[in-house]
Design a protein around this ligand. Structure first.
Ligand code: RUQ
Ligand code: CUA
Length: 762
């Protein structure tokens, strides 16, 4: 038997039998505790978070990756990072921003025609059905360049980026309405809606805030600009938003700061923004009726500007779509309670959380009970009219999240660096826990849905001085996991986030996610349709039209087809590569010297890379994922000939000569290998393997490989018949390579069957 194969078999045996379980006795535990200085509390926290090898998490978190423009995915309670999803910025591993398909997605996020290669990503939000996270999509905003992105949770890929057609920044996004009818995106820094120069002296008249309700087509999984609408709002700094639910369904809430409309100017001797933007005692919560606005838009009541409906302040007042309510000084979070009956707002410069009653607001609107109008004619509902109570929760409250227990909430307290647990229905403070430093957002499990799970809370702390091994002046951020299942909060775990400021996160029950492990064959994953460049086995080709060269290639363990490609200097070259594998994990990468080409081609995917071969030379390419034992041999050359180059016909001289006896030895090995394959095939087919999707995919791949083996075998035998032992041996070896891959797949299938209790049926 061949050595490599033997090794695989031995390894499989070891894995199947397992190692003898070691005794982790009490004495050993005491010793470790002593050596590492751990208390019993530490051990308990460890036991609550530690997830043994192969274990799964109960919740999956999607956290903003801050300036990286990405989304960080991790598990709770283990806090193990699972993925960084590329969203607003190029990300090489996923080929994002490198393959033609994802470049198209990023194009949607261009600002003033320019590619933006960072993103200040802030608030992720799950799609919802009837107020519950449905596990289908997640949205996230970019504050610096007001953009929204749609990530499909079927494959954890970004499908769409849209740039707001009016704003110059956004902060109040992404927040979804209870059936994901709309995704809310509120501007932050007032600016003219046009891209023209407008003097700052015109601030009150020509600078504007706003709130966009982006229409979402859940079937297509795309935001639809021409069914979306934007509320023109006063030049206050609109901040976070939240959508109403239950009794407040159809409405949205957006708070604001700097309703003073102060414009700084330190350089000209004016007091800075921070002085002028925090001088009044209250700011305004904006209450918007999106449901009625949508109906009026459908009736053609609003003009289209920049492709979507624009609702002017005048129209909003006329149609009773917009109201203001005073809020505590410099408010930050606005959070609608799970039952939709209350709205909790916290003021950064106040020590209270303010609980507003939707019933009271609604009554005031119906009875037209207003205390006046703002300078833009928007009716103001008095604070006393709308407020249910205010509760002293600590200095610098920011955001509130909800528990599974009725009325129980958690508020992040920035200045005091702690979390306060309290009851918004009784006004009682229940518990407090210090957090390590500068908490911003906090998050409970499914905490934005109408039925939060409680259980865990994550404090998202800004920076992390003195918490981890030092790594220079720029510190990681710190996510702290807190157990909230009991009456007292208990800190479990500190997780450094070394990527960007993770503003906000959202956690979903893991079993709501059923991501795919492969694509349909020849799939453009960004448009979710079959790629026109899909290439099947045996149909690989190079097509030339003028100076355009299209390479229709395939990837399968362990070769790239084609392997030697010659083009001419100045040609525009497009590689279109289809991964023929169906088994999960069998991803191939594709990188080439000197052209900034790096693709990730997962099973079934077709990805393209287009570039101009502008310099004559030799450009090796290869697979960047260690996909099989012969991964390093998964290689090829792009040869770029100078213009007008005269070919001198030469032959490749083989570096090694084979004899008849080499050929016969190889054939003997192949026959022995085939016997092993037959045994594994027998083992699998005697069992109910079709009940296991993973095994079916492995068997499909194995069958393909065996088919290729057979083709190579025939070529080998034909060459041998002609006495061409050089080619006979090379094809015999290729035949054996395919056998090895077949055996590898077969053994993976067998292991899966063994580990998952397959039954013998024959
Ligand atoms: S915000 S720290 Cu950018 Cu969500 Cu509150
Ligand atoms: Cu494919 Cu390495």
């Amino acid at each position: 038997m061949n050595f490599n194969l033997k090794k695989t078999l031995v390894l499989t045996l070891v894995l199947t039998l397992g190692f003898a379980t070691q005794a982790f006795g009490q004495a050993a535990l005491q010793k470790v505790m002593q050596e590492r200085g751990l208390t019993e509390k530490d051990i308990l926290a460890a036991a609550k978070t530690y997830t043994p090898t192969g274990g799964r998490d109960e919740y999956v978190v999607f956290s903003s990756g801050g300036q990286s423009g990405q989304v960080i995915v991790y598990g709770i309670p283990s806090m193990r990072i699972l993925k960084y999803i590329a969203v607003f910025t190029p990300e090489p591993w996923q080929g994002y921003g490198f393959d033609d398909e994802s470049k198209e997605v990023l194009k949607g996020g261009r600002i003033l025609g320019k590619d933006i290669t960072y993103g200040d990503s802030h608030h992720p939000a799950f799609s919802e059905t009837d107020g519950e996270y449905d596990g289908r999509y997640i949205f996230i905003n970019d504050k610096a360049n007001p953009r929204l992105a749609v990530i499909d949770l079927h494959d954890f890929e970004t499908k769409q980026i849209v740039a707001n057609p009016f704003f110059k920044s956004d902060h109040g996004g992404a927040f979804v309405t209870p059936n994901t009818e709309y995704v809310m995106e509120a501007s932050q820094y007032a600016a003219p809606y046009s891209t023209d120069y407008v003097p700052i002296e015109d601030f009150n008249d020509k600078y504007r805030g706003g709130l966009t309700y982006w229409k979402f087509d859940a079937e297509k999984g795309r935001l639809v600009n021409d069914e979306s609408f934007t509320f023109e709002l006063p030049p206050y700094s609109q901040d976070l938003s939240d959508a109403g639910k239950g009794p407040s369904y159809g409405w949205g809430f957006t708070n604001s700061f700097c309703t003073e409309r102060y414009v700084g100017g330190i350089e000209s001797g004016r007091p800075p923004f921070e002085a002028g933007c925090s001088s009044k005692d209250t700011d305004f919560m904006h209450v918007t009726n999106w449901k009625k606005a949508a109906e009026l838009a459908a009736k053609g009541k609003f003009k289209k500007v920049n492709g979507q409906y624009l609702i002017t302040m005048k129209q909003a007042v006329k149609y009773k779509l917009l109201y203001l309510i005073p809020e505590p000084k410099s408010p930050h979070g606005v959070d609608v309670t799970p039952d939709g009956k209350h709205i909790i707002v916290a003021g950064k410069l106040d020590s209270h959380a303010w609980v507003y009653s939707w019933a009271k607001i609604e009554r005031a609107i119906k009875k037209k009970k207003f205390e006046g109008k703002d300078p833009y004619g928007i009716p103001i509902i008095a604070l006393e009219t709308a407020l249910e109570r205010s509760v002293n929760v600590g200095l610098g409250p920011l955001h509130t999240q909800f528990d599974s227990e009725d009325g129980v909430v958690y508020t992040s307290i920035y200045v005091d660096s702690r979390i306060t647990k309290w009851n918004y229905k009784t006004g009682k403070v229940l518990d407090m826990i210090p957090i390590h430093y500068n908490v911003g957002h906090l998050m409970t499990m499914e905490g934005d849905s109408k039925s939060p799970d409680g259980k865990y809370l994550v404090a998202l702390n800004k920076l992390s001085i003195d918490r981890f091994n030092p790594v220079g002046p720029l510190h990681p951020q710190n996510h702290q996991l807190i157990d909230i299942s009991g009456s007292k909060m208990q800190l479990l775990y500190d997780m450094p986030i070394p990527l960007g400021e993770p503003h906000y996160a959202a956690a979903i029950k893991a079993d709501k996610l059923q991501p795919a492990v492969r694509y349909k064959s020849g799939w453009n994953s960004r448009t979710d349709s079959r790629s026109p460049y899909r290439t099947r086995a045996g149909r690989e080709r190079i097509e030339r039209k003028g100076n355009k060269v299209d390479i229709y290639g395939t990837l399968i363990r362990s070769h790239i087809n084609p392997e030697i490609i010659t083009v001419t200097e100045g040609d525009v070259v497009s590689f279109h590569l289809t991964n023929l594998e169906r088994a999960q994990d069998e991803v191939h990468g594709f990188a080439m010297y000197g052209h900034n080409v790096q693709l990730s081609v997962e099973p079934g995917k077709t990805a393209s890379a287009t570039f101009t071969a502008d310099k004559a030379g030799v450009y090796p390419y290869y697979c960047t994922e260690f996909c099989s034992a012969l991964h390093l041999e998964m290689q090829g050359y792009l040869l770029v000939k100078p213009k007008g180059y005269k070919d001198i016909k030469k032959k490749i001289v083989e570096g090694h000569k084979y004899t008849k006896s080499d050929y016969e030895t190889q054939v003997a090995t192949n026959i022995a290998t085939q016997e092993i394959i037959n045994q594994v095939v027998g083992y699998i087919t005697e069992r109910n393997y079709t009940d296991f999707a993973i095994v079916v995919a492995l068997v499909e791949d194995a069958t393909d490989q065996l088919g290729f083996a057979d083709e190579a075998k025939k070529k080998s035998e034909a060459a041998a018949l002609k006495g061409d032992y050089q080619n006979a041996m090379l094809w015999a070896n290729q035949w054996w390579q395919y056998q090895v891959k077949t055996a590898d797949l077969g053994l993976r299938a067998k292991t899966h069957l063994d580990e998952n209790g397959a039954k013998k049926v024959k």
